[in-house]
Design a protein around this ligand. Structure first.
Ligand code: HEM
Length: 397
């Protein structure tokens, strides 16, 4: 049975992604049309891949499926992403490996372990401040803070300037007027221009200095490349962790038994973090462009075709996950693809896992009850999913 184009065209509607609707379509696509063609419209034509095995195989084959022409679907009117071939995420091997090597030291197990004490202190302060207020927005007042403080520290943003970046990133990601978002984004870029020049004059032990002084194929990065990579690190380091923690908390509020189980047995926490990652799958899609013609499940993907990998669909594939629509903090194994896989596997994956663990751990230690005081507001986006606002009341232990 083929699935009507009208039905699948909803997959490019941001408002549709704020509902459970996409999961019903993805389930049917996985079953009946796992390599599905979308005719061009507001977006250029593209293939949708919805099965775990296909999303995994394409992610692992960077030679055939390139990232250099962009990794997110963009309306045709916007043209190609200016980051193509310049940022870490939008570069193919072999240049990708060299670019990743410039910054990867900050994200090793050891570096993350060295940061743990700082992160624990920061999260304790954040939760204590939220407890004093009792009622707050879980997203802005709790989930968004630690990831921003951490990436600022790694990038060398002085503590006195972090609140400014915090408020600018909140405006840049907020729902509402695109003009306000774009103005905030401009200010963030302006901030990084100044920080880049400061580090050119006086290098320090941080990511911005590494981008300023590092070379790829014997050449320094251009100023534009440095700035685009700074922007990617800031966005990559903040947006997905904020969404995963907020939507994870929302899932725990829907499944209070799971929250209490983790409270009673903290050894369940690392597995619970993996289940939150799978369940929330905050990065909704990744895009690749075929560098040669290939046949996948009998469909011919031609050179230059765009291929969209739907991560939340792969992570609910019934061929891989037992009872995929069940939130199960004890799930084993749990080989989700929420952090990607292959060449471009999330650089901050380990950091993200530790940030999530520390935030949930502190909430379980210091807060007896988290209660909703209003309905969660979902993000409307085809790029990321999760909650935009989560009004809560916190009751101390
Ligand atoms: C729950 C949190 C996170 C999620 C769900 C997430 C998701 C992802 C995914 C799916 C990819 C693969 C992109 C691709 O294959 O094209 C990726 C790559 C990346 N992520 Fe994350 N991420 C998270 C946290 C972070 C953090 C904390 C950082 C810290 C800076 C970060 C930085 C990056 C970077 C730089 C890349 C590009 C890596 C490359 O292309 O080599 N992410 N992330």
């Amino acid at each position: 049975m083929t699935i009507a184009a009208l039905e699948t065209s909803a997959l490019v509607d941001p408002r549709f992604h704020a509902t459970d609707g996409p999961h019903a379509i993805w389930r049917r696509l996985r079953e009946d049309d796992p390599v599905h063609w979308h005719e061009p419209g507001q977006y250029p034509g593209f293939w949708s891949l919805t099965r775990y095995d296909d999303v995994r195989a394409v992610s692992m084959d960077a030679g055939t499926f390139s990232s250099a022409r962009g990794i997110l679907l963009r309306p045709s009117a916007q043209g190609e992403d200016i980051g193509g071939g310049r940022t870490l995420a939008l570069t193919d091997p072999p240049r990708h490996k060299a670019l990743r090597a410039l910054v990867s030291d900050w994200f090793t197990t050891r570096s993350v372990r060295d940061l743990e004490e700082f992160m624990r202190g920061a999260v304790r302060d954040v939760v204590a401040r939220a407890l004093e207020r009792r009622e707050c927005d879980f997203v802005t007042d709790i989930a968004a803070r630690l990831p921003l403080y951490v990436i600022c520290r790694l990038m060398g943003v002085p503590p006195a300037e972090q609140e400014l970046l915090f408020s600018l990133t909140r405006q840049a990601f907020a729902a509402g007027a695109p003009e306000a978002r774009s103005a905030a984004h401009q200010q963030i870029m302006q901030y990084f221009i100044e920080l880049m020049y400061r580090r050119m004059d006086e290098p320090a032990d941080d990511l911005v200095s590494a981008l300023v002084s590092g070379t790829v194929d014997g050449e320094l990065l251009t100023e534009e490349e440095i700035l685009l990579n700074c922007d990617n690190l800031l966005v990559g380091g903040t947006e997905n962790v904020r969404l995963a923690v907020s939507s994870g908390m929302s899932a725990f509020l829907d499944h209070p038994g799971a929250w209490e189980a983790v409270r009673a047995d903290r050894e369940l926490l690392p597995g619970a973090v993996e289940e939150v990652l799978r369940w929330t799958s905050s990065a909704t899609h990744l895009l690749r462009t075929a560098t040669r013609s290939v046949v996948l499940r009998g469909r011919e993907i031609r050179e230059g075709d765009r291929v969209v990998l739907w991560i939340p669909s792969a992570n609910r594939d019934e061929r891989v996950f037992d009872q995929p629509d069940r939130f199960d903090v004890a799930r084993r194994p749990n080989r989700h693809l929420a952090l990607g896989i292959g060449e471009h596997f999330c650089l901050g994956g380990m950091l993200a896992r530790v940030e999530m663990r520390l935030m949930f751990d502190e909430l379980l230690d210091s807060v007896r009850r988290v209660e909703r005081t209003g309905p969660p507001v979902p993000v409307e986006s085809i790029v990321v999913s999760g909650v935009e606002r989560l009004p809560v009341r916190l009751v101390a232990v």
